[in-house]
Design a binder for this molecule. Structure first.
Ligand code: WT7
Length: 678
């Protein structure tokens, strides 16, 4: 059998299928106040006007020097935007608002414990704290423009303060999701060659104060083994003036930020004028093979794009109170908690804990207390809130004008609950489809212009021109009723610049598939492969069906199956591991882990637990397998390839199809018995 014909389980194959839904129209009240109601934007952003159309987005920012060239394609597909222009991201998110709005809240920090007071940080205070932190990073930690820094911090006001302090200096930050393990953090320290790590002693999650500092010690030890020494660990205190972690400080390496800052009180740091194409940050994401990729985002293009998306798709006005419930450790938080909203001078909410702590009403009490009017979350959270408190939103006085869903397809049923109960039938919903790599949205309705369609991300946003190809590279037209690989024909300013330190991987993963002229300097030859399967309906709305690669979307975030499998292989007894996505009521998908043992070992619950623990240690709890199935053997093709499709069908109680061509068809029944008898 040719390699090509071996069908692996992909998210797309087991994606939920649902029929076309009716349109929902935004209320006149919403449209009357919307930032964007002019249909002409699609004309202005047509391919005929590319790339100059994007100047309109860049003009939302304050530049030290205007750009000479909108798009430079000379190093395609590493595209450079707004070349010749200079700006600073921290200046754009803070300083430029001071004259008129210094007394306005920039950040509302909501601690998880309800008895603790909400901290309201004004733009002036943000300015002061970012400047002092920038001085500390420069003068105490010795960081300079172009250095990389790893930030492994929980949801806190100190996290954006640290990010913006880096941005002020042109130091490239790499934020690692706080819930990721020490080992995942170490990999990112090594790959980005960070010699400074920022962390926090502790944070609250589900009512417990977790020791977070311990992960820093372990991460440094692991990174050192791989040749990267961290010479300074800077520890923020959850409660300033007091250590909330029992893990001791390492003499000469660890320093308490809150103490050190005293030496920098009153310090002011001139924002470094960065080239538009200088990197602003790295954000690691999972891919098909090997280690996570460091997606490198640039300063001018990224900031212009997220500012425009925040304004036109999120409909953020300076007077809005905007709450994005994502974690800043993911791209959603970077773009739509920190950079986009602050660049627009909004008030952004940062919540420390879980949305259902201590009960199902918590999120709605926060919305009520702060009078939040724009709410942004993911289907996984919506499903959880709906499950444990379907009537809860009725009990609280809040009114959203706008709501977002992001991260994975949302089931129409869940969408309707979100619309009717959370949005009280009044809020415009945008279902935004995009990725870590894309910086900002690719598809979404423009809330003041286009009606909503449950379960469908909507048309492409202005300036994004998708095209769906089949396996052979033929275009699948709208309304054909077939799914294919969705690509974007043109570059856009939010697009990542490269994979950190690995241009070849960047080209191979995202462009090689449909590029026929590898030497071309014409952007038309470089369609961007998103890695998602999608269908375009007659009306031009895109329905995203899920990943085409070996990536599982858990709670709206990509986990590489290969990463989970290699984590399992760390356990001595394990010979082979295969991960498949299985549908989960709240998380969307969960990994199911199939294991074959080395000869001489017996299956046991203890061993299954050990393997599950290994996955949590290597990657983090987010990757915890639903089940670890220790099977007598893996179903394999005659050429020895593990048939994940068969395992996926068993886990999802589906049809395994014809397995007679396998090398070992009998094992399929044995595995089925094992899973079904459970
Ligand atoms: C993948 C990207 C975008 C920030 C959060 C996740 C899936 C994302 C949607 C949506 C259907 C979606 C895609 C995409 N996805 N948003 N609205 N509808 N699917 O970022 O971890 O880089 O994952 O999430 O499969 O490729 P990420």
């Amino acid at each position: 059998m040719a390699e090509k014909n071996i069908v692996e389980t992909s998210e797309a194959q087991i994606a939920v299928h649902w029929g076309e839904e009716e349109f929902y129209h935004p209320t006149p009240e919403f449209v009357g106040q919307a930032n964007l109601t002019d249909n002409a934007i699609f004309e202005r952003f047509s391919l005929d006007n590319f790339p100059e159309c994007f100047n309109e987005y860049a003009e939302l920012l304050s530049w030290d020097k205007y750009w000479d060239q909108t798009l430079d394609t000379s190093d395609a597909p590493c595209f450079k935007w707004f070349v010749g222009g200079r700006l600073n991201a921290s200046y754009n998110c803070i300083d430029r608002h001071l004259e008129k709005n210094k007394n306005k809240t920039a950040i509302h920090f909501v601690p998880e414990l309800e008895e603790e007071r909400i901290d309201h940080i004004t733009y002036q205070e943000l300015y002061v704290r970012v400047n002092e932190m920038a001085a500390l990073l420069r003068d105490f930690a010795g960081l300079k423009t172009g250095d990389r820094v790893t930030i492994h911090m929980p949801m806190s006001a100190e996290l954006p303060i640290t990010m913006l302090a880096c941005a002020r200096l042109g130091v490239i930050h790499s934020v690692v999701f706080g819930g990721f393990s020490a080992s995942a953090c170490a990999d990112r320290i090594v790959d980005s060659q960070s010699r400074v790590l920022l962390t926090m002693d502790a944070y609250y999650r589900s009512g417990k104060l977790l020791n977070h500092k311990a992960a820093a010690d372990e991460a440094c030890a692991l990174a050192r083994k791989e040749g990267q020494t961290v010479d300074k660990v800077l520890v923020w205190q959850r409660y300033p003036g007091k250590m909330s972690s029992e893990t001791p400080l390492v003499e000469g390496r660890d320093f308490v930020v809150n103490d050190k800052l005293k030496e920098f009180y009153g310090a002011r740091v001139e924002p470094v004028s960065m080239k538009a194409e200088d990197p602003l940050f790295l954000m690691y994401t999972s891919g098909t093979t090997g280690k996570p990729k460091g997606c490198q985002h640039g300063t001018g293009g990224y900031l212009a794009y997220v500012t425009a998306m925040s304004k036109y798709v999120q409909d953020i006005h300076p007077e809005d109170v905007y709450w994005c419930m994502a974690d800043i450790g993911w791209i959603t938080g970077h773009s739509f908690i920190v950079y986009g909203p602050l660049s627009l001078c909004a008030s952004t909410v940062i919540y420390e804990g879980v949305p259902t702590y201590p009960d199902a009403g918590r999120s709605w009490r926060i919305a009520q207390a702060l009078d939040v009017n724009i709410f942004h979350t993911a289907p996984t959270a919506i499903r959880a809130l709906r499950k444990i408190g379907p009537e809860e939103p009725h009990k609280y006085q809040f009114k959203f004008k706008h709501m977002t869903t992001v991260g994975e397809p949302i089931e129409p049923e869940v969408w309707k609950w979100y619309f009717n109960v959370v949005g009280k039938g009044q809020a415009a919903i945008v279902d935004t489809w995009w990725q870590t790599e894309t910086g900002g949205f690719l598809c979404s309705t423009l809330p003041g212009i286009k009606p909503m369609k449950p379960g469908s991300a909507g048309p492409a946003v202005p300036g994004i021109h998708p095209i769906i190809y089949d396996e052979e590279g033929n275009e699948i037209k709208r309304g054909e009723g077939r799914a294919g690989n969705i690509c974007i024909q043109n570059p856009w300013p939010g697009q990542f610049q490269t994979v950190w330190g690995d241009r070849e991987r960047f080209v191979k993963t995202y462009f090689a598939r449909y590029n026929t002229k590898p030497d071309s300097k014409d952007w038309r030859d470089w369609p961007y492969l998103t890695g998602d399967a999608a269908m375009e309906a007659e009306d031009g709305y895109f329905r995203i069906l899920g990943r085409i690669d070996d990536v599982i979307n858990v709670s709206g975030h990509r986990l590489g199956t290969k990463e989970i499998e290699s984590a399992a292989l760390v356990v001595d007894e394990v010979a082979e591991a295969a991960v498949v996505p299985v549908a989960h009521e709240i998380k969307g998908k969960e990994p199911d882990l199939y294991i074959a043992l080395k000869p001489g070992f017996e299956a046991s619950n203890d061993l299954a637990q050990k393997i599950s623990d290994a996955v949590c240690t290597e990657i983090g709890k987010i990757a915890k397998p639903r089940r670890v199935w220790i099977v007598p053997d893996m179903p394999k093709t005659r050429s020895g390839k593990i048939m994940r499709r068969v395992l996926g069908a068993i886990s999802n109680k589906g049809d395994v199809g014809n397995v007679m061509t396998l090398a070992n068809p009998d094992v399929v029944d044995a595995i089925k018995d094992l899973v079904e008898s459970d």
